[in-house]
Ligand binder design. Structure first.
Ligand code: PGA
Length: 260
């Protein structure tokens, strides 16, 4: 096993308002406490909508929870006339540790190009946030280019101006697996995760060895263990199953399924 700390990240997408977020985080914290979850063996982070972040931050601080929180997106700009945008500075001020960048829904529904993703990665790093850089191929890409070509190209583009050694997380999320109920196989995830690690290794071997690579796309309690057994998969980015407390807690506690 590597010494990379596994990370289970819950991307709530546009679900749960600020009141629901409080109830959810309280229940998640109780469930994990009851189960005696050891956060030093598996890190857990939630990614609520922007409007929930202050409530979640306050609750985590008041109850001294070991949960981390982060945002689902950020602006490429630091401040100014960008209506509707949210600066990485504001996220850092809310104690966000992570920020998701380049999720496929941002790429497809909001036209985020590789250049935009790269500028958002840079913005996150400027404010000390750890970007979770999402890459992944569509079903068409898979058929035309095979499994790794598109994710590898997306990662190279996102990291072009990033200094090796920068603290970041990579998430491999095949677009065809997101929200479809049809996850990749652990083998497929491993193959692409290894190719993504090789992209980092081209720049710096120690960076590649230290950086966590997550799998995302229809992860649930019933399939998490298979992914976590793979040597290059260091956790999961979970969408639909992350807003169901018991299911998410069960994913976090994947070790009990397999004894890894
Ligand atoms: P899913 O979403 O778990 O619902 O497939 C994953 C994601 O979009 O990050």
């Amino acid at each position: 096993m590597s010494d990379r700390l596994p990370l289970i990240a819950g991307n709530w997408k546009m679900n749960l308002d600020h009141l629901q977020s409080i109830a959810f985080v309280q229940k998640l914290a109780w469930t994990l406490k009851d189960a005696r979850h050891d956060f030093s063996t598996v890190e857990v982070a939630v990614f609520p909508p922007f409007t929930d972040l202050r409530s979640v931050q306050t609750l985590i601080a008041a109850d001294k929870l070991e949960l981390r929180h982060g945002a689902q997106d950020l602006s490429a700009h630091d401040s100014g006339a960008y209506t509707g945008e949210v600066s990485g500075a504001f996220l850092a001020a809310l104690d966000c540790r992570y920020v998701i960048v380049g999720h496929s829904e941002r790429r497809t529904l909001h036209g985020e190009t590789d250049e935009v993703v790269a500028s958002k990665v840079a913005a996150a790093l400027r404010f000390g946030l750890v970007p979770i850089v999402c890459v992944g191929e569509t079903a068409d890409d898979l058929e035309t280019h095979g499994p790794s070509a598109v994710p590898v190209a997306q990662l190279r583009a996102a990291l072009e101006d990033v200094a090796p050694g920068s603290a970041l997380v990579v998430a491999y999320e095949p677009v065809w697996a997101i929200g479809s109920g049809q996850a990749a196989t652990p083998d497929q995830a491993q193959q692409v995760a290894a190719a993504l690690r090789a992209v980092l290794a081209e720049r710096d071997g120690a960076w590649a060895a230290a950086t966590r690579i997550l799998y995302g796309g229809s992860v649930k309690a019933a399939n998490i263990a298979g992914f976590m057994r793979e040597p290059d998969v260091d956790g999961a980015l979970v969408g639909g199953a992350s807003i169901v407390v018991d299911e998410f807690a069960s994913i976090v506690r994947y070790q009990k399924h397999v004894g890894v």
